[in-house]
Ligand binder design. Sequence first.
Ligand SMILES: NC(=O)c1ccc[n+]([C@@H]2O[C@H](COP(=O)([O-])OP(=O)(O)OC[C@H]3O[C@@H](n4cnc5c(N)ncnc54)[C@H](O)[C@@H]3O)[C@@H](O)[C@H]2O)c1
Length: 318
Amino acid sequence: MKGHGEQAKRVVIVGAGSVGSTFAYTLMNSGLAEDIVLIDVDEEKVEGEVMDLNHGLFFAPPVSIWAGDYSDCAAAHAVVITAGAAQEPGESRLDLTGRNAGICRSILDQVVEQTRDAVIVMVTNPVDVLTYDAIRHSGLPWKQVVGSGTVLDSARFRFLLSDHCQVDPRNVHAYILGEHGDSEVAAWSMTHMAGVPMDRFCALCGECDFQRRRQRMVEQVRDSAYHVIAAKGATYYGISQALLRIVGAVLRDEHSVLTVSTLIHNYLGIEDVCLSIPCVLGRTGVVRQLKVGLSQTEAADLRRSAEKLKDVQDALPD
Ligand SMILES: NC(=O)c1ccc[n+]([C@@H]2O[C@H](COP(=O)([O-])OP(=O)(O)OC[C@H]3O[C@@H](n4cnc5c(N)ncnc54)[C@H](O)[C@@H]3O)[C@@H](O)[C@H]2O)c1
């Protein structure tokens, strides 16, 4: 029960496909939200997902879950947008970008009609370009609109490092920056094990020729989604955990450092593009961007990633 004046912590998820409904399940079991609303154009599917989720409520922390509409956004703390179209045979990535931008714009129009206070979390791909488009189209402050960015990629990186070095992933600090996609950048200069910089950790350990394995590991992170999609058609567990971390930081005003996709100005020569860098995340979205120093190679790679994203951004319809 809520006390007088308290507002239930509400998360609206738009798009009840593989990602949206798995995130709803993850969120439901976390106990972080009190209201979870699912919205989808496919009414039968969203009703089915909500029924299935509600049948597990007996085993979960108290939470209300329903198939809603945009009026439910009025009291939302966070709106997570996972709605989108999949690539059709013969359709280019750019065509898909235009189609998904159209879908996300129509969703955002309906969201901002109800609230200009909720933090918007973009998930639909290409996530960096659609985060940029969401900020531009909605007119919301840039700090309030983030993309899931490379939070998932950074988790994949940590998992691989942890597995290779046999160190608990919670003691591995490693970040993937830039595009959530092929031009992403592993920030080796920021990587450390429990405070010990990676190079020093390797020198102390001496059990493998890690320099030679580095590139392979970065490729593994970058190509993870391709492998999972080839094997089972979609990725949804990892991204759902990443979304729980992002939305949890918002709901609990955690000030956690997460590599969300955010609008960049004046960083290493990068201007007016959304990509991932470490950000302090709290109740109102991005509290601070950590414009960290990178090695020369990493900075050059990040600029290349930004240029690639900018080309796609610039091709978006007005
Ligand atoms: N950023 C990441 O790290 C990451 C990870 C995985 C997937 N994704 C992306 O997330 C998106 C969703 O993936 P998925 O596997 O859940 O796809 P999916 O096809 O299973 O689900 C998409 C859902 O969106 C709904 N939808 C379409 N148009 C809509 C509209 N106008 N309003 C409301 N709902 C609408 C569809 O009915 C469908 O249920 C894709 O773009 C995918 O590439 C991003």
